[in-house]
Structures are given as structure tokens and as C-alpha cells.
Design a protein around this ligand. Sequence first.
Ligand code: SAM
Length: 449
Amino acid sequence: MKESSYLKKVKEQYENYPYPKRELKDEKGGMYTSNSENLTRLNHYGFKGDMPLFKKNKGKPFRVLVAGAGTGDAVIHMAEQLRDFNAKVVYLDMSQASMRVAKKRAKMRKLKNIDWILNSLLELPNMQIKKFHYISCTGVLHHLESPIEGLNALKSVLKKSGVMSIMVYGLYGRTGIYQMQELMKLVNKNENNMQKKVDNIKNMLPTLPAKNWFKRDEKTWREKLIQGGDIEIYDMFLHSQDRAYTVPQLYDYIEEQGGLKIIEFIGSSAHTGKLAYRPENYIRNENILKKVKKLSKIEQQSVAELMAGTFNTHTFYVANKADTVASTRDFDLIPYFTAPMLKNMILERKNSHLNKILKLNIEADKGPKGLLQFEMTPLRIKLIELVDGKRSINKIFDLIDLDNKELLKTFDPIYMMFHNFDLMLLKSKKFPRILTTYEMQERFITKYL
Ligand SMILES: C[S@@+](CC[C@H](N)C(=O)[O-])C[C@H]1O[C@@H](n2cnc3c(N)ncnc32)[C@H](O)[C@@H]1O
């Protein structure tokens, strides 16, 4: 690894504190998953529902790169989902200690579809490596001296039709953390011992006055700090290279400087999904909302970010072109519920709520929260009944004796209502069934452990 292609202090941190903290004994307890790595979402948002994914020994391998993969969460999640497919997952990180942890986890799971590379991601353009369909880069680019150099390095190995998911820090939601970082630079001025630096902040945290900006927001971070221990403490408060983005800065970085397109915000929690970036979630005054809705998309998303004040990360899909999202205009696509029990819940109420408003509180797994409400007309109920994950939009419409244009007028709002929560997505006929997280973990425990 060329010394000029990484920051010495950053490498030193991740050799001593491989991130995130993962222990083999926990592997049986569950799998760490993320929304962006979820293949069904990726298929919908990144490949118009028709991802080139084939069974083993068929077609070309689906290639995934996890850049700055750390102790391996995304690599494991991807490799588990792709176990039965013709696919290759490439792990890349510059920290040997992190790679060691990730390799042990993969070995325990008997995953054979991972290639391992110990190097800086800035070396990617020189690696003569085959290009990738999907690149995942979470919590890495904001730790580079030049984030644009990092983005360009990733772009150089992304297929033309490929997609990336990126997570970088959000500025406003980390206000307290940056004040603590400044504070600790002063407190640790002549301290070179990493563990002593950690001990110093551990001593200071309990004595922070109630109105300290980190203290005010402590609840947000508590669980992360308890789970991650010293590793998390170092990453949060003592990082030597750490920057964050507002929405406009993000567009400038990815689109203006990087020449790529932000496709959609995916989010990793209830607070950062695509709905969180919409002003209508926050503004209750109709006149103000009307005015705000006339602003550009970036300005509207900025309004949402400033109203919320809590975005501490931005997670989003990125591609060379903006037209990667599946649409109901493609009648060959198959709509499906991502949580099939929701369909049952609605249909169970079809008699009691006929022509009445049905209200359901949604709290999707790691997804947005909100109220789903709609009038249960007979046509709407019929359309929901016909969405079975097998019939295409064409087929569904064929089964109802109405003009397709009319049907689309009813179907589109239903689709959007569920889709806003990622509860309804679209896929092509060829897209295979992907096991649920629960099924994958069951398979690991019963077949591979
Ligand atoms: C905060 S951790 C994130 C790990 C993982 N992506 C996750 O989200 O769990 C940042 C990772 O990026 C790696 N990293 C930082 N700079 C890098 C570079 N220039 N090339 C490759 N990896 C790098 C670090 O070694 C570390 O493992």
C-alpha cells in the first residue's frame, strides 16, 4: 500500500480500534443489515427492478465492492444475500486489524463468495480490477483528506450502469460531537497515547453540564457508545480526519464535483429515510408549505434538514444517470409488498372499513415512521388483493374491466402511499426471491454453523 494513498493517523486508529466493534460470539445472535444493502431495495432504486442477478453457473457474476469495509457488516450482509447466486463480493480496507475481524466472521459463516483486498481505496484506479455493478461505501469518504479523490476512485471502478450507496456524516445532527472533538483536541494537546486520550474523554463525559451541546443530544448516541465502547469513543470524539455535509454541500460534492447523480435517500433509521427529506413532514401551515414546495428539490430537502436538525448521517444511492428507479409506467414490472402481513392487515378490514378511511401506524424496520391513511373503495381493495408479488401491472389491470389509464389513476396513489415507506416495490419477472434476514440467519445456523 502506497503511504501517500492513506492518512497515517487514520490507519493507526483503525489498526488499534477496528470499527465497528464486532465479536465472533455475537454472530449467532443476528446479522447486521442495512437498508442500502438490501437487494430488493437496490433492485428497485438502482436497476429499474431488473438487476442482472443470476443463479450459480448462469450469466455473468454480479460484482459488489465494499470500500472501507471495516469489520465486515456490509460484506457479510451482501455475501449472505448472494450466497446462491453467481456473484462476487470484494472486501477492501486499509486496516489489517479490521480485515482480520471480517475474515473470521466470514469464515464462521462459511462464506466462499468474498475476495479480500488490503489497500487504500485511492489505489482502485491503479488496481486493474474488473468494474462493479454495486459499490457500498459507508462512513469512509468523510475520513479522507480529499473526499472528491475518494469518490473519483470509486467512480473509476463503477460500471456505467452501476450503482453506489454512500453514507457520509450530516453536519447539523453532529453539532455536539464537533464541539466535543474541538474540546478533546485541547485537552489531549500533548498526549500521544491513544488509550489515554480515550480515558480522558471518558472522565470528562459524566461531568458535562446539562446545556453542553453534546449533553443535550446524549440520548441519540448513548446506545452506540455503550455497544461500541472505546472503539466508538475514539471514532466519535477523537478522529483525526472527520468532516460532515449539509444537503447543499452533499449535492455540490456528489453532483457538481463528482459528476454523479443522487438517486434517493435511503436512510439507516427512522429519521433518515427519504420521507425525512420532505418538507411536508414538518410544515403544518398550508401557505408556507405551498411556498416551500415551489423551491428547487435541493432547497426543499434543505428546509427539511433544517427543520429536523437531527440528520447526523446522509445515506443515499448514487449513479452515473438519474434514471435508475423502477416505475409504474413500466407495466411489465411486478408490484409487491415488502411486508406481506401488511396486505393481510388491510384486507382483514375490508368489510369493516368499506368506503371508510383506514388509518394504520407504520413503523417499518429501520425505515420511516408515519401514518398511512386512505379510503377503502372497492376498486382500491381489488387492486390491493391482486398485488401478490407474481402478477405484473399488466396482468393486474387485465383482470379488472376498466381502461388502463383509469386504473393507473387509482393504482398510482395506492402504490405511492405504500412506496413512500418502501412497503411496496417493483421488480421484473426475472428478479429472484431474496431470503429475508430471518431466513438467512436460520440458514446460517442450521446449515453452515
Ligand atoms: C468508520 S469505519 C466504517 C467501516 C464500515 N464501512 C462500516 O460502516 O461499518 C471507516 C473504515 O474506512 C477505512 N478507511 C479509511 N480510509 C481508507 C482508505 N483510504 N482506503 C481504504 N479504507 C479506508 C478504515 O480503515 C475503516 O475501516
